[in-house]
Design a protein around this ligand. Structure first.
Ligand SMILES: Nc1ncnc2c1ncn2[C@@H]1O[C@H](COP(=O)(O)OP(=O)(O)OP(=O)(O)O)[C@@H](O)[C@H]1O
Ligand SMILES: [Mg+2]
Length: 370
């Protein structure tokens, strides 16, 4: 069924358990559905550089049901039809995989709507908009990324000398994910963002399947970047693997993909971790380079504060150098999300026209007491 058809039918139905609809002069009755099961399938059309999500899930199934009814009540559907989202992700399609009664019917306030989430991929494919110049510091990582950029632009030039697997390690909030996104954005290639914990999955065998799926999707989209966050959760040293028996199966799947069991031309895998020492030595060994993301220096903290202060909707009138001096040990994320954001919220609450040193100090004290 097309979107247009759905809308026409929607417009021609009226409320009630059984609708009477005029179709080519005849009156037919359309039963109200008891059950609809929907499976998210994606967009009907996308440009290569489109950065909209390919997979959709929900935080709460009941919430999804209420959201679905708000937009699709009155729609006539049967198995195999598609419903298109109209609000949050316009035109994202859901396939109707099951209805009761089987003959189809109208979605009403009494219809139970379920979302099939089990097959939802934990992999997000996007082309972000961050630039290298947005990332303060990390010069070594930037120059490595520039080599990768050259490779992704002309994979054929590198032959067997292609950069393949890189490890970013360092404390939380230091810009590892941001740098990988900047690389994708500057090179204009998709990045597959995923977390090792999501890849492992709930059921034995899920993890290996998902890893092969991830690399399979990447091969279809090459040139591209695969970013695996929290890598220590998969690549956990075998000594700790008794916690989760099938992790070794996942490790093997990852090793075979990283070794390039299939030709991975134009694919670079970036792993990220806060704890490289926990990685399985076999996995760690596959990374040709480990790049450290240290906490920012005083000068870098000043630059990070200056960069984000300029983006705040309320002007900052304060000595940011002094603030940089007082924030040793803070990551970029701490400075942005905990100091500046808190200061902005306090200023809004107090109806202030500027963010002054007093407010920044209060925000800083709040961060330090947490
Ligand atoms: N060096 C930096 N320059 C500019 N902004 C930064 C920097 N480091 C962190 N940030 C800010 O903090 C946010 C969080 O950083 P990011 O998610 O890249 O950290 P991470 O190292 O991946 O952390 P985690 O280990 O928790 O995944 C960024 O989106 C950015 O806004
Ligand atoms: Mg990260």
């Amino acid at each position: 069924m097309t979107r247009k058809n759905q809308k026409l039918r929607h417009a021609s139905t009226s409320a009630g358990e059984v609708d009477k609809v005029k179709a080519s002069g005849k009156r037919i009755s359309i039963p109200s559905l008891k059950l609809v099961v929907l499976k998210p399938v994606g967009y009907p059309l996308r440009s290569i550089s489109d950065d909209r999500p390919t997979a959709i899930t929900t935080d709460n199934l009941r919430l999804f049901e209420a959201y679905a009814k708000e937009q699709w009540s009155g729609f006539y559907v049967k198995e195999g039809d598609f419903l298109f989202d109209q609000f949050m992700y316009p035109d994202f399609a859901f396939e109707v995989v099951k209805v009761s009664p089987r003959s189809g019917g109208r979605i009403s306030s009494k219809t139970k709507i379920q979302l099939e989430v089990s097959n939802v991929s934990p992999i997000v494919r996007e082309i972000p908009k961050v630039k290298f110049s947005d990332v303060i510091g990390h010069e070594k990582a930037k120059s490595k990324c520039k080599i990768i950029q050259k490779y992704l632009e002309h994979p054929e030039k590198f032959g067997e000398w292609a950069p393949k697997n890189i490890l970013f390690y360092g404390p939380p909030g230091t810009g590892k994910t941001m740098m990988a996104k900047a690389l994708a954005s500057e090179t204009n290639v998709p990045i597959f963002l995923t977390r090792a914990t999501d890849l492992i999955g709930l059921h034995v065998g899920d993890g290996a399947r998902r890893i092969h799926q991830l690399f399979g999707e990447a091969r279809e989209s090459a040139p591209c970047i695969i970013f695996i966050d929290e890598l220590d959760a998969i690549g956990l040293d075998r000594r700790y693997q008794s916690i989760r028996g099938d992790v070794s199966e996942v490790v093997n799947a990852l090793l075979s993909e990283m070794d390039g069991l299939h030709p991975n031309l134009g694919i670079v895998t970036i792993g990220a971790t806060n704890a490289p020492e926990l990685l399985d030595p076999a996995i760690r060994n596959r990374f040709e380079e480990e790049i450290e993301f240290p906490l920012p220096t005083k000068e870098e903290r000043f630059q990070i504060l200056t960069l984000y202060a300029k983006r705040l909707p309320i002007p900052v009138k304060a000595n940011l150098w002094k603030l940089a001096e007082e924030t040793e040990g803070f990551s970029g994320r701490d400075l942005k999300e905990k100091v500046l954001k808190n200061a902005l919220h306090m200023a809004i609450l107090k109806n202030k026209k500027v963010i002054d040193e007093k407010i920044l100090k209060e925000a800083l004290d709040l961060r330090k007491s947490n």
